[in-house]
Ligand binder design. Structure first.
Ligand code: ZN
Length: 178
């Protein structure tokens, strides 16, 4: 009886946490719908919930230039938390779904996990040594909560950068008028 109560409470906490995450997600999308096309492009590169799944990340590496006989195969990239988000200038750009660290200029001998570690050692994904299937629901939700925090931080950083660029442009125009 006592055990059952504990389990129920645990279950309620998980539901509450999930509802909070869903609310953050939908608020995020509502905000983004109101923003400019340029921002939407940037945000499209910030994956939604699906990139939590290794299989989804693996599926993103369709055009990946390194396939076999090398360290950075799609399988290893996805297992190390990366998904492929190529641009015209950076066809081998990969991003971590958790800390949103972007890395390009990959060499065949680069080990994705080691590269992730050396460029973003604080990433919460790396400190979880467990495989995806072995994570408990609570661990999974904690990771997702960190991911959403990182995602919002990235968006804020992007907005500040855009604002500073706009401010510089306006200042230059004002100086021309003076
Ligand atoms: Zn990361």
């Amino acid at each position: 009886m006592r055990m059952r109560q504990v389990n129920d409470r645990h279950f309620q906490n998980i539901i509450k946490a999930t509802q909070q995450l869903l609310r953050i997600n939908s608020e995020f999308h509502r905000t983004m719908e109101k923003t400019s096309d340029k921002t939407c492009d940037t945000v499209e590169q910030m994956p939604d919930f699906s990139m939590n799944m290794e299989a989804s990340r693996l599926a993103s590496f369709k055009e990946w230039p390194f396939d076999s006989d090398c360290q950075c195969t799609p399988k290893k990239m996805a297992a190390a938390g990366f998904f492929h988000c190529p641009t015209d200038q950076e066809p081998d750009l990969a991003k971590c779904f958790m800390c949103f660290k972007e890395l390009d200029g990959w060499e065949p001998d680069d080990d994705p996990w080691e590269e992730h570690l050396s460029h973003s050692g604080q990433c919460p994904f790396l400190s979880k040594k467990k495989k995806e299937d072995d994570l408990t629901m609570a661990e999974f939700l904690k990771l997702e909560s960190s991911r959403q925090t990182n995602r919002l931080m990235k968006i804020v950083e992007t907005k500040i950068k855009e604002f500073k660029q706009q401010a510089t442009t306006v200042r230059e125009q004002l100086e021309l008028l003076a």
